[in-house]
Design a binder for this molecule. Structure first.
Ligand code: ADP
Length: 190
């Protein structure tokens, strides 16, 4: 089984590269952002709670997203592997993920971290806001807050995977194809 964490700040290209990795390796995509937006669209209790955080650019509480991931893994027990996109976003989530995988005899192979400078991120997010319909992409203050949340709560997740020798930094600036090639190389060299 090939289980990968695709990591990086908002706007680093996780969504774009996930699609390509899924197509190449036949993985199931678990994006907490996508799952949360679907909950909001369906106006579920979980969606209504999550929206209050997402609208501000804040992280949704750990227990909410951790529960969501466990049920998605169990719904896809025949999968060849999973790509975790936008999760884990805190070290508590990373520890919870390891625990839920170990309980199912699974583990993370590597954490691919797309590295992109802040100015480039803001440019990409505002640009995505023109077409994505996502309100959290349209307001510079909310974008700043998402990047602040990333730096404070999410960046420490790098240390968590470094300690397990699973952290693989990838330059996230360049052509989509070149970045994809670097990701594949990192997955296949072990
Ligand atoms: P981005 O492009 O900003 O990385 P995502 O679609 O991954 O977008 O996430 C959008 C929002 O959903 C985040 O700003 C956050 O509020 C919420 N969210 C997504 N995943 C998580 C998570 N693992 N933990 C907490 N909040 C999350």
């Amino acid at each position: 089984m090939l289980n990968i964490v695709l990591f990086g700040p908002p706007g680093c290209g996780k969504g774009t590269q996930s699609e390509k990795l899924i197509a190449k390796y036949g993985l199931v995509h678990l994006s907490t952002g996508d799952i949360l937006r679907a909950e909001i669209a369906n106006q579920t209790q979980l969606g209504l709670e999550a929206k209050q955080y997402m609208d501000k650019g804040a992280l949704v509480p750990d227990e909410v997203v951790i529960g969501m991931i466990a049920s998605k893994i169990d719904a896809n027990r025949d999968a060849q592997g999973f790509i975790f996109d936008g999760f884990p976003r805190t070290t508590a989530q990373a520890a919870a993920l390891d625990k839920m995988l170990a309980e199912r005899n699974m583990q993370i192979k590597c954490m691919l971290s797309l590295e992109v400078p802040k100015e480039e991120l803001i440019k990409r997010l505002l640009n995505r806001g023109l077409t994505s319909g996502r309100s959290d992409d349209q307001n510079p203050e909310i974008i700043e807050n998402r990047i602040k949340e990333y730096n404070q709560k999410t960046a420490p997740v790098i240390e968590y995977y470094k300690a397990q020798n699973k952290y693989k930094p990838i330059n996230g600036v360049g052509s989509i194809e070149d970045i994809f090639m670097a990701l594949c190389q990192a997955i296949e060299t072990e």
